[in-house]
Design a protein around this ligand. Structure first.
Ligand SMILES: [Cu+2]
Length: 72
C-alpha cells in the first residue's frame, strides 16, 4: 500500500533526507520519498502503519504533520 503524508516545513534537500531517514528508522517500509515542493512524503510498504506514531515521528523530526491518505 501507499501512504501519502502531507508535511509542511521542508525547505531543502536536507529536510527531505531528514524526513526520509526518520521514517526508515521508525517503520518497516519498502520505499520512502519526501518532496518539499509538494509538501508530501510518499511511503510504500507491505504493512499497515501506525498513524499516531507516524504523526509523532514527523513532529519529533521538526516538521508539521498535516494529514495522511492511504491508497491500496
Ligand atoms: Cu532543509
Amino acid at each position: 500500500m501507499v501512504y501519502k503524508v502531507e508535511i509542511e516545513g521542508m525547505m531543502c534537500g536536507m529536510c527531505e533526507n531528514h524526513v526520509n531517514e526518520s521514517i526508515r528508522k521508525n517503520f518497516d517500509v519498502k520505499k520512502v520519498k519526501a518532496d518539499r515542493k509538494k509538501n508530501l512524503c510518499t511511503i510504500k510498504t507491505d504493512n499497515e502503519l501506525d498513524l499516531e506514531k507516524l504523526e509523532d515521528v514527523i513532529k519529533e523530526t521538526g516538521y508539521t504533520y498535516k494529514g495522511v491518505t492511504r491508497e491500496e
